[in-house]
Write a protein that binds this ligand. Structure first.
Ligand SMILES: *[C@@H]1O[C@H](CO)[C@@H](O)[C@H](O)[C@H]1NC(C)=O
Ligand SMILES: *[C@@H]1O[C@H](CO)[C@@H](O)[C@H](O)[C@H]1NC(C)=O
Ligand SMILES: *[C@@H]1O[C@H](CO)[C@@H](O)[C@H](O)[C@H]1NC(C)=O
Ligand SMILES: *[C@@H]1O[C@H](CO)[C@@H](O)[C@H](O)[C@H]1NC(C)=O
Ligand SMILES: *[C@@H]1O[C@H](CO)[C@@H](O)[C@H](O)[C@H]1NC(C)=O
Ligand SMILES: *[C@@H]1O[C@H](CO)[C@@H](O)[C@H](O)[C@H]1NC(C)=O
Length: 380
């Protein structure tokens, strides 16, 4: 019985692309295969992908976090699952590690928030310091771009984290592939951070309190420019209050309603609400892996950008701006920094023209035919 349901789920997991080198270091690495795991005989899985990850993935359908709306009587399954009786449909999952034994109902619960970090081992001291600023209310996911994964086990928290490894890939590449809105649906807030942030004066729980209090759907901690770098004035930490939403009055902001003067945070340390992330994920282009220009369009993902996007001053960070993927700490890429930068610039231009073309197409369809409107809006 169980074997059959596992087998049905497996092709789905394959199709979703989870069979990259993903592994979950669970405290007891399960060499026992329970005798019911079908892939041990019929699938040849390479060693970079440990058995435990498959277990974790297949466990997910039994999670209880959400199902389709079965109580209303006219339940509608998510697209593709129409053949299933609605009560068995679990359309969302999480990144929380589970045990292999005991009752699933007694496993530790999925955490309220998610911290996702793109890291290289060279930055381990800073990454460790960062993770320690996040409480037990966070599930942690680590994206490794340098192929070094098990080394992190020297840190206790690493054993409870989900690790995803793919060489020379960017934070946005990982986020597009491993943070699908349905996978991160249980988390109220998602921190998608770089590894090079100084966190001495940052703490995640007080940060979230401020974000909730001010209704910020997208936010970032202010930048302490006495110790680190800044690119825009609006993200600089202020001393006046616990957060700010605009650079009104700042030089270079003749129109405070334009980015980056209001409704703006940068790509290095954004924090998204669940709903905002669901939208931002769709805006991330699959091929534009550097994510340049996304920050200038985060505003599209909230109702009222000037009210719902802000910079938290009371919890702030230092941006060290270590160019990890382009050179330092990343031997494989040494010397190609200029080429990487050129691609960034090109991607930025591509993204801008794509989004402006899409705007034009939508506007045109609105004026020419209101009947095609809905179709265009709901697309992808
Ligand atoms: C996995 O791949 C590596 C290199 O591609 C190879 O040496 C190794 O034998 C493979 N392992 C299995 C279990 O197929
Ligand atoms: C279920 O459907 C009812 C009626 O259509 C709706 O009011 C309710 O919000 C739905 N619940 C969920 C969880 O989608
Ligand atoms: C699963 O859902 C049922 C009904 O909604 C609920 O009573 C039960 O507590 C849930 N179990 C878990 C582990 O969340
Ligand atoms: C990780 O960071 C914590 C808190 O800053 C510190 O106490 C601990 O010693 C660090 N661990 C390692 C292995 O450096
Ligand atoms: C920031 O952190 C450092 C190191 O813990 C501390 O010395 C300093 O007083 C803090 N600054 C503020 C404004 O809290
Ligand atoms: C607007 O849409 C019409 C019909 O689809 C098309 O023929 C026309 O070229 C479009 N105009 C622009 C400016 O995209």
């Amino acid at each position: 019985m169980k074997v059959t349901s596992f087998l049905k789920v497996l092709p789905v997991a394959v199709a979703l692309g989870f069979f990259m080198s993903v592994y979950f270091p669970i405290a007891i690495t399960p060499k026992l295969q329970c005798g019911i795991l079908p892939w041990s005989s019929s699938f040849s899985v390479n060693s970079s992908f440990s058995d435990s990850s498959i277990v974790a993935r297949l466990w997910a359908p039994f999670s209880n976090t959400t199902t389709s709306n079965a109580t209303s009587g006219v339940a509608r399954n998510p697209q593709g699952s129409e053949r299933l009786p609605p009560r068995i449909v679990v359309s969302e999952s999480d990144l929380h590690l589970r045990r292999l034994w005991g009752s699933p109902t007694e496993d530790t619960p999925t955490r309220k928030y998610l911290l996702a970090l793109a890291v290289g081992y060279a930055e381990k001291v800073n990454v460790n310091a960062t993770v320690h600023k996040f409480s037990d209310n966070f599930d942690v996911m680590v994206f490794h771009y340098d192929g070094r994964t098990t080394e992190w086990d020297e840190f206790e928290w690493s054993k409870q984290a989900t690790h995803v490894s793919a060489r020379q890939q960017t934070k946005w590449w990982f986020a597009k592939r491993f943070m699908h809105p349905s996978i991160v649906a249980p988390y109220d807030y998602i921190f998608l951070w770089d590894e090079d942030l100084g966190v001495e004066n940052f703490s995640a729980e007080p940060y979230i309190d401020i974000v909730k209090k001010h209704g910020l759907e997208i936010s970032q901690p202010g930048l302490d420019v006495t110790k680190g770098k800044k690119q825009y004035d609006i993200t600089v930490k202020r001393d006046a209050g616990e957060m700010h939403k605009t650079d009104a009055g700042g030089k270079g902001c003749p129109d405070v309603h334009q980015r980056p003067c209001s409704g703006f945070v940068e790509v290095m340390a954004p924090v998204f609400s669940r709903d905002a992330w669901r939208c931002v994920w769709h805006m991330i282009q699959n091929d534009l892996i550097h994510g340049w220009g996304l920050d200038f369009h985060f505003w599209r993902c909230v109702d009222d950008p000037e009210e719902q996007i802000g910079v938290v001053d009371a919890q702030y960070v230092v941006h060290h701006a270590v160019t990890t993927l382009m050179g330092k700490g990343n031997k494989a890429n040494t010397g190609i920094g200029a080429k990487v930068k050129a691609r960034c610039t090109e991607e930025y231009a591509t993204f801008r023209s794509r989004i402006s073309d899409a705007d034009k197409e939508l506007a045109n369809s609105t004026t020419t035919s209101s009947s095609t409107n809905t179709k265009l809006i709901t697309r992808g």
